[in-house]
Structures are given as C-alpha cells and as structure tokens.
Design a binder for this molecule. Structure first.
Ligand SMILES: Cc1cc2nc3c(=O)[nH]c(=O)nc-3n(C[C@H](O)[C@H](O)[C@H](O)COP(=O)(O)O)c2cc1C
Length: 207
C-alpha cells in the first residue's frame, strides 16, 4: 500500500485484488470487474482495482507443492493476493454454489501460510435467475476459515440474463442501475478496508 499525496489531504491508496470466478471470454462477472475498475478510476480516489486472472492456475493438487514451494502460476497468484489491501470477488453461481475456478483459487491461496487473512472483501455475482445469492453465502462461509472480513451491505445480486439488458455481447456492463449499485459497494469496501487497517476515512471519496 502506498500513500498518495494531494495538496489538501493525503489519500490512502488501497489496492483491490479483483477475481472473477468465470473463465469465459464474454463473462458478465469479468465485465463487472472492468466496470468496477472504471468507476474507481473516474470517481473513487484511493481505490485501485487490479484484475487477478486465475485461468492459469492448475487444479489444486498438493503433490504439486515441492519443498514448501508452489508451481510458478500459483506462486505468482499468491504473491498478488498477499500484496492486496482488500479483495473483490465477482463470480457466477454454479449449481447453487461457488464456481469451481474460484474455489480452486481460494484453496491455492489458503495453503500455508494462508495468503488471504485479515483483509476486507466484497462479493459481486452476475448469475441466472437467483442473481447468485446462494453462491455468495458459500463464499462467505469459506472466507470465515480464511479470515477474510466481508462487508455485509450493500449486497449486489445481478440477474445477468433478465431484462433490462445489463451486459453487451462482450460482457461489458451497460446497465446504469447496476453501475450505481457497484459504486455504493465499492465505497463501502473502501470505508471498511480503511477501518480494518486503522486508517482515517478518505475525505475525497465519491467525488
Ligand atoms: C454449470 C452451470 C451451473 C449454473 N448454475 C446456476 C445456478 O445455480 N444459479 C444461477 O443463478 N445461475 C446458474 N448458472 C448460470 C450462470 O450463473 C450465468 O450464466 C452467469 O451469467 C455466468 O457467468 P459469466 O457470464 O460470468 O460466465 C449456471 C451456469 C452453469 C454453466
């Protein structure tokens, strides 16, 4: 984490590791992460979204750990998780639960020493008819053991395939109401992450 300087007040810059639970090219969830990054760039000083791609991670197999080391893709992933101030998970619900790719990433990051602990997190889901609510509560359950601290509200459940049209064919978010919900969630994440780090609230947020 770094301290950015402004003329009037110092703005603490928080780095958000954002992970999409969908590997699909036109993924709506990855689209939510792109939209969140744009909102932060344009409207939330002090919050920087870094999309952490998990598509290169092998399936978890502890035989791949040699002398306490991990395969290169896993090492690189764990480094990015360790370096983040907080997390944003954007994931579809698959069969009432967490997507396999996201669970795999959570598990690799959990191998000792656990890389997730003591950071704030928020969850988004673009899914079918449920909007992904069941998967979000399963992510929270896993996060309990990993010592991740989730914001409670606002909850954002996006019914990706119901009108009004929310994503274009490339998975880009085009729905103003969902953008508004994203903005509120990001501000809540920022405030909670700063609190958890014992830092003062940023005075310029939301400008
Ligand atoms: C294997 C599978 C299981 C799914 N199960 C659910 C489900 O339980 N609840 C739901 O709301 N949507 C479910 N869906 C729909 C996806 O969540 C939805 O298509 C979502 O937009 C996919 O995310 P993406 O666009 O980021 O790839 C399922 C899709 C797949 C492929």
């Amino acid at each position: 984490m770094e301290e950015g300087s402004t003329t009037a007040t110092a703005t603490t810059v928080l780095r958000v590791a954002a992970i999409s639970g969908s590997l699909r090219r036109g993924s709506a969830n990855t689209g939510l992460i792109r939209a969140a990054a744009e909102i932060c760039r344009e409207s939330i000083p002090g919050l920087q979204i870094d999309h952490v791609d998990i598509s290169d991670l092998p399936l978890l197999n502890t035989d791949l750990e040699v002398d306490g080391g991990f395969p290169p893709a896993v090492e690189a992933f764990r480094e990015k998780v360790r370096g983040a101030d907080c997390f944003l998970f954007a994931s579809p619900e698959y069969n009432y639960s967490i997507s396999g790719p996201l669970k795999n990433a959570l598990d690799w990051g959990s191998r000792p020493p656990n890389c997730w602990a003591d950071r704030a997190a928020a969850i988004l889901s673009a899914s079918g008819g449920s909007g992904g609510n069941r998967s979000q509560y399963h992510i929270r359950q896993v996060g309990v053991f990993l010592d991740i601290h989730f914001i409670n509200k606002p909850e954002v459940f996006t019914k990706a395939h119901q009108p009004p049209k929310k994503f274009d064919d490339d998975g880009n978010l085009i729905d103003p109401e969902t953008k508004e919900q994203l903005m509120k969630m990001l501000l809540s994440l920022q405030a909670f992450a700063l609190r958890l780090q014992g830092k003062p609230a940023n005075s310029q947020q939301g400008n």
